[in-house]
Design a protein around this ligand. Structure first.
Ligand SMILES: [Fe+2]
Length: 496
């Protein structure tokens, strides 16, 4: 409840106003399909392909507000680049629950992050069902467009119409209701497949102990390797990293008490408690599916909370992991309003490097960037490999916590940094790096990002040259509510 008691001077010192930021959380009810004609600069003619993005498009159900944006129904945005032109289309993922709530015109389900069925605790008492929302990521792999949400199986979509085709089980490799994380990693040149590309993903099934399953998919979209392991304790793991030989999971020091959820008082997300006095565990699993329990190594480092990693790579026996780490996990309170979040009171995400020595089990960590940042991107050719450049959503100001308004480029070799900012009235989403065809340097390509422009209450598709952060922009006819993740494919999909 901060906006009303901020002094005028404080507002002027900020790089944004709360009112501007809040409008990016208005629902988008319409589904559009049009060629973009309001273009600033020029679309590079070599930029050919399709950017898919996912995120919560509805922040209310027929006027009933949801409690947390992570509970919002998944809306896919597609921006197709073809011969110097660009086309926009958006469509909601038709999960069973989306269809039922739209038909009923009211909230029917509990959300994982705090949305309750109307009617108080009694209406939620012993209700285990969590709404499927398919809102976190979208990938095109093996000829299939998949909307991902980490708590359940993917939804398959038609890449031309964005129509929902049903749930995807990869020919039975995934069982009914089995999670499939929203953060797959692409190994461009897999050692086990003689250098062929391979998509690696995981599922987390937490109970008293947690089952981690690793899936490796070939370019035809078939699961060709699968391994499952149980690790002690409750895990909340949103993202992971890969190297040629390992999958690595950082287990945040959290516990889960389901009682308030079962009583209908709190959502499952509100039952997670962060423990500053316990270490973060680093679970290192060999990618060789013949690896047994004895081959899994668990190392420890100082407590912190991690949603996202940038990348990892091996140097001899050492594994290096770059991650965005928070000092703690802000707990979601049942009566709180996410639009009134006190940024200054919450720990900002900062970029850390962890160096793991597998032989003696030690971990060293060092701070790479203290500016608040989130949503990292790299050249996809460098996933699991040594790399030089990273790009990340960042705050406009160098210190403090605030909404993301900028993209920060970091040269990890020289330490040089560049910042492109959309402040004061622009708010940044996740950047995606698209390599320039035939490009010779690691940063030869473009950064594509959705920026909410509060001055016009619309979103821009920003195209930055990744070498110097020079900008072009496509102005959409409408806003896109703040999203989560997306991906780019060189294949061009436009509406039929
Ligand atoms: Fe994520």
């Amino acid at each position: 409840m901060q906006s009303s008691n901020i002094s005028e001077n404080t507002i002027l010192e900020k790089s944004y106003t709360r009112a501007d930021w809040q409008r990016g959380y208005e629902s988008l009810y319409e589904e559009f399909d049009y060629w973009i004609d309001d273009i600033e600069g020029e679309i590079p003619p070599e930029l050919q392909g399709t950017l898919f993005r996912n995120g919560p498009g509805l922040l209310d159900i027929n006027g009933q507000p949801i409690h947390h944006p992570f509970d919002g129904d998944g809306m896919i945005s597609r921006i197709s680049f073809v011969n110097g032109r660009a086309h926009y289309r958006n469509r909601y993922v038709r999960t069973e629950e989306y269809i039922a709530e739209q038909k009923a015109g009211k909230i029917l389900y509990r959300g994982a992050f705090g949305t309750q069925r109307p009617g108080g605790w009694l209406a939620n008492f012993l209700d285990y069902k969590i709404k499927t929302i398919a809102n976190t990521n979208v990938i095109y792999w093996g000829g299939k467009l998949l909307a991902l949400w980490e708590a359940t199986e993917p939804h398959r979509l038609d890449p031309y119409t964005l129509e929902t085709l049903g749930k995807e089980y990869f020919n039975g490799a995934l069982s009914t209701g089995q999670p499939f994380s929203a953060h797959p990693r692409l190994d461009r040149s897999c050692q086990q497949d003689n250098g062929a590309p391979c998509l690696v993903n995981f599922s987390i099934q937490p109970q008293l102990s947690t089952k981690i399953t690793i899936f490796e998919l070939n370019p035809a979209g078939e699961v060709i390797r699968k391994q499952a392991h149980k690790v002690p304790g409750f895990c909340f793991i949103h993202d992971f990293v890969i190297t040629p030989n390992y999958c690595i999971f950082l287990q945040n020091p959290v516990t889960f008490n389901p009682i308030p959820m079962l009583l209908g008082i709190r959502s499952s997300g509100e039952c997670i408690k962060f423990h500053l006095d316990r270490p973060t565990q680093i679970i290192v699993v060999p990618r060789n599916p013949k690896a047994g329990k004895e081959d899994i190594k668990i190392l420890e480092t100082q407590a912190g909370f991690i949603f996202h990693h940038v990348n990892a790579f091996e140097v001899g026996d050492e594994i290096v992991i770059d991650s965005i780490c928070y000092d703690s996990l802000p707990e979601v309170e049942p009566k709180s309003d996410f639009r009134q979040v006190n940024f200054e009171a919450n720990a900002p995400g900062k970029l850390w490097r962890f160096a793991l020595q597998l032989q003696n089990g030690t971990v060293e960590r060092k701070l790479i960037e203290s500016r608040a940042c989130e949503f990292p991107a790299i050249n996809p050719a460098n996933v699991g490999q040594q790399y030089r450049y990273l790009y990340i959503g960042a705050t406009h100001a160098e210190t403090g916590n605030a909404p993301l308004q900028a993209i920060l480029k970091i040269d990890l070799d020289s330490g040089e940094k560049q910042l492109w900012s959309a402040a004061p009235r622009g708010f940044m989403g996740e950047p995606i790096f698209v390599p320039r065809p035939g490009g010779e340097t690691e940063d030869d390509g473009w950064l594509l990002a959705l920026v909410y422009d509060a001055a016009h209450h619309r979103s821009d598709v920003v195209i930055l040259d990744a070498r110097d952060l020079n900008k072009g922009a496509l102005h959409l006819k409408h806003h896109i509510p703040y999203g989560l993740h997306g991906s780019f494919t060189p294949e061009v999909f436009v509406s039929p």
